[in-house]
Design a protein around this ligand. Structure first.
Ligand code: 6LW
Length: 534
């Protein structure tokens, strides 16, 4: 990220709109404690869950830890879709002594609270909201000066109450409701009212909402009242952020959190996508952006001086200089935080003991099975990327390789298996209910260097339909393409859900009873030259 600081002492400008977290980082929430800003995002069926970042200048964000890092904090069901279960939108707040995070484990327990005094340390076990008050998504909390805590949640009619936002007083230590639930708002006129955040500024209580649904119509609205219980007056220039119908590389902007900076300047973090093609399809998930906020004389927030969000500075997510973004030598007995597993805690899937290799223990025979997979992936965070790994050992009966994965019904994979002294490579494309495989015989090799490249140049009749190209390096050092597939068919608009693509390593087994494993040596990510694979 270029080093230009967000100018803290002059009027913010376009230059102060940024892509903060690239790759899937939706539903951002921020709280400031002293000079530090803490940012967390939702994580669905990824384990570990809820990445937490810290910054002092709102430009440079350092990964601190995953808040949900223990299996008991994040029960996930192996047969459930990663893209639509697990952890939905969180809210992060600090009461002057302790950090609190409230969120939803969708259809696996519902809403719960975790907390910590030291954000970098272990966070507590979940405190589940008591049954009578359980339900809905996007919980949020507001600390009142008298020590009481208000809890807002997107309530659904299945609970027999009015659709919209509901509020009640809560005991964060027990998850118990301390006041009757009260309907708060049904929004400012658009569908799918969600992502509530209530805060006080001056004489007003402001209720920030996401509306329109987390697709092209997504938007942020705000209303205010002289009490935290309403009645509410909508902001006359709602939506305060919406890119529907706006010419911008960023679309679907919505689900936001508003906060005051240490110098009194206000900011908004929000989700958005960087789609490709027409109609737009996004593959890097909903990402986290930031923009400056001014307050009008009438006391209403104005995002980015009322102008559409543009990415002033070329974000490193799209650097096209062939530079190596990172390289993982698996030299630690802990996996780097960039890696996640799906619907299952880490340790049951891989083992690494810091001797320069990662061992995956097969759990399934195909990535299309609705079960736990020995798959370890990292978020795709740009449109010009090349990922390489070296498959250094294949146990008998194992087939392993590199994959681009959204869901069990949305992935491309290149796998190697060896039998009777020979080897073969299988390229699989699974898109919804269609699955194709191409198998080519190979020379048996001591090691199989595997590569997947995504480049807008290797296109499918139009510039902006980037393709994934899968290759193997032969013993003679020649990279040989085995298969390719358009990125479009793996986009969220095609596969569905709330996540983004992962790129990673996997190991499968032919015989469900047999134990099979594979070793991978190093994994490297490079940003590609625009002019195709170098
Ligand atoms: C999240 C809701 C939303 O809980 O999508 O875009 C849901 N907004 O607020 C999942 O991210």
């Amino acid at each position: 990220m270029n080093q230009k600081l967000i100018n803290q002492n002059s009027r913010p400008s376009d230059a102060d709109t940024r892509l903060v977290l690239s790759g899937m980082h939706p539903d951002p929430t921020v709280c400031r404690v002293g000079d530090h800003y803490y940012l967390a995002t939702s994580s669905f069926g990824f384990f570990p869950g809820i990445p937490l970042y810290v910054s002092e200048d709102l430009i440079n964000w350092r990964f601190l830890r995953h808040i949900l890092s223990r299996p008991e904090q994040l029960p996930l069901a192996a047969d459930q879709p990663v893209i639509g279960r697990g952890i939905f939108a969180p809210t992060l707040r600090h009461d002057g002594e302790r950090f609190y995070l409230v969120t939803t484990n969708f259809l696996q327990g519902g809403n719960f609270i975790v907390s910590a005094t030291d954000p970098a340390g272990e966070w507590s076990a979940p405190v589940w909201i008591e049954d009578a008050y359980q339900g809905g998504i996007d919980p949020s909390i507001t600390f009142l000066d008298d020590g009481r805590v208000l809890y807002q949640v997107t309530w659904d009619e299945s609970r027999g109450d009015q659709l919209g936002i509901t509020q009640f007083e809560i005991d964060l230590a027990t998850g118990k409701g301390l006041s009757p639930r009260q309907h708060l708002s049904e929004g400012c006129g658009w569908k799918a009212v969600e992502g509530p955040h209530l805060f006080n500024k001056g004489q007003y209580w402001y209720l920030l909402l996401a509306e329109g649904g987390t697709e092209a119509g997504h938007r942020v609205t705000i209303s205010r009242s002289e009490t935290p219980w309403g009645p509410w007056t909508s902001c006359p220039h709602n939506p305060i952020l919406c890119h529907s119908g706006i010419q911008s590389p960023i679309q679907n902007t919505g689900h936001a959190d508003l906060f005051e900076g240490k110098d009194g300047q206000w900011w908004i973090v929000f989700l958005g996508v960087r789609p490709l093609g027409h109609p737009p399809v996004h593959i890097t998930g909903r990402e986290t952006f930031i923009a400056s906020v001014e307050w009008s004389d009438e006391g209403w927030p104005i995002v980015n001086n009322g102008k559409p969000i543009t990415l002033a500075a070329e974000t490193d997510a799209d650097l096209k200089d062939g530079s190596t973004l990172w390289s993982d030598e698996f030299s630690s007995d802990e996996l780097h935080h960039r890696w996640v597993t799906l619907n299952a805690a880490y340790r049951s899937i891989y083992s690494t003991c810091g001797d320069g290799k990662l061992t995956l223990h097969a759990k399934s025979a195909s990535l299309s099975e609705k079960t736990i997979h020995a798959f370890v992936g990292t978020r795709l965070d740009g449109h010009n990327r090349c990922y390489e790994t070296r498959l250094s050992r294949l146990a008998p009966g194992a087939k392993a390789g590199i994959a681009v994965f959204m869901e069990t019904f949305g992935y491309y994979s290149l796998g190697i298996q060896e039998e009777d002294g020979a080897a073969r490579a299988t390229f699989t494309r699974r898109v919804l209910d269609m699955e194709t495989t191409q198998t080519v015989p190979l020379e048996k090799q001591d090691e199989y260097p595997l590569r997947v490249a995504l480049n807008r140049s290797s296109m499918f009749w139009s510039y902006s339909y980037a393709e994934f190209v899968f290759s193997i390096e032969t013993q003679e050092g020649v990279w040989t393409e085995i298969g390719r597939g358009t990125s479009r068919l793996l986009g969220s608009e095609v596969i569905g859900g709330f996540t983004g693509l992962l790129v990673g390593m996997y190991c499968l087994r032919n015989d469900p009873q047999a134990s099979a494993s594979a070793d991978f040596r190093c994994f490297t990510a490079t940003s590609l030259e625009k002019e195709g694979v170098s």
